[in-house]
Design a protein around this ligand. Structure first.
Ligand code: SIN
Length: 329
């Protein structure tokens, strides 16, 4: 075992608890979970080990899980109430179960942009469970990004500036699903009444880990509250860019019967849309979240001294903050 990898975040690469083995597979997020057959009932201890792994790793992967749609929903319900996505494809008899069936006649829609799920809701979902039923021979990966690492990677000045700001989130990508007929316009108005734009903090506090998370995304965030449009647009562009930095990402390559669970409170994801016209069939359930708690505006007097040296030409490092300690002498 390379000790440097363990020292990197002060925690071991592999942990085992209640028969559940969790092995980190990415530096800032991502772990594989083994020792679990999700067709069998999970003990409370084993389930708690999985919940902890989710918070610690942002996204956790379970391989070789031959489970039915009903078992997938039952597993999701262990985390909390399942929600119904107002626009995603599902069958009448199980509206909580989303079926992404993409092929030659049905290209993927709206998942190839970084986002945390359904932030247009007043209380966006806490987590999402996705099960691969059929995967393309090539492509169709999902990229995850740690938005805690993305926040930590901002300069101290930017962190202070955005602390206490709020952003407006909107169902905007789904407007494209409605045409111009009178019926479509009425339907859209109905959804706009059900899901009016919401204001969330730009920096949220994860309710379990207490870590700060950059909570804006290019799919649903349309503006920064109380800023003029040009300022808002350029600040959002800067913040959206954080998700594109490879150092904060983990890329998952799917095999059939693999399940991924991600924590929407600390991560974003992007379903890579490179496999058309191959088939990709995934089932998803989404778990209800709670209110989004933000950080207080930073107090300029009590701001700590910078711990890291940020080079003048930060772009030579791909835009991320290098983890290099400033020597004390
Ligand atoms: C999603 O955004 O929920 C879809 C992710 C995927 O299909 O990989």
């Amino acid at each position: 075992m390379n000790k440097c990898a363990e020292a990197r975040q002060g925690r071991p690469v592999t942990v085992e608890h209640a028969g559940v083995t969790v092995t980190r597979v990415g530096v800032n997020l991502g772990a594989e979970v083994s020792g679990v057959d999700l067709r069998q009932p999970l003990s409370d201890k084993a389930f708690r080990a999985i919940e902890d792994a989710l918070v610690d790793n942002g996204v956790i992967i379970f391989r070789d899980q031959y489970i039915t749609s009903d078992s997938l929903m039952d597993f999701g319900r262990r985390f909390g109430e399942l929600t119904v996505h107002p626009f995603a494809p599902h069958e009448e008899k199980a509206p909580e179960l989303i079926k992404f069936r993409n092929d030659e006649n049905n290209p993927p829609f709206g998942t190839d942009v970084f986002h945390s799920d359904e932030t247009f809701r007043a209380e966006p979902p806490m987590a999402t469970v996705l099960c691969a039923k059929e995967v393309p021979a090539l492509g169709g990966d999902t990229i995850y990004v740690s938005m805690s690492a993305a926040f930590d990677g901002l300069s101290d000045r930017m962190q202070r500036f955005i602390s206490g700001l709020e952003a407006v989130h909107d169902l905007k990508p789904f407007r494209a699903l409605f045409g111009n007929s009178e019926e479509d316009r009425k339907n859209l108005q109905h959804f706009e009444r059900l899901y009016p734009s919401q204001v969330h903090p730009v920096v949220r506090i994860h309710p379990v880990s207490g870590r700060k998370v950059l909570f804006v995304n290019p799919q649903f965030t349309i503006s920064i509250k109380d800023m003029d449009e040009r300022e808002s647009r350029s600040l959002l562009d800067t913040l959206f860019h954080q998700a594109l930095i490879p150092e904060y990402q983990f890329r998952h390559h799917w095999a059939p019967h693999t399940i991924a669970i991600w924590d929407n409170r600390s991560t974003q994801h992007y379903a890579v849309n490179d496999y058309y016209p191959q088939r990709r069939f995934m089932e998803r359930v989404t778990i209800r979240g709670g209110p989004v708690a933000g950080v207080e505006p930073a107090d300029p007097v009590s701001v700590r001294k910078a711990k890291y040296l940020v080079p003048a030409h930060a772009d030579r490092h791909g835009g991320h903050k290098p983890q290099r300690h400033v020597s004390g002498n």
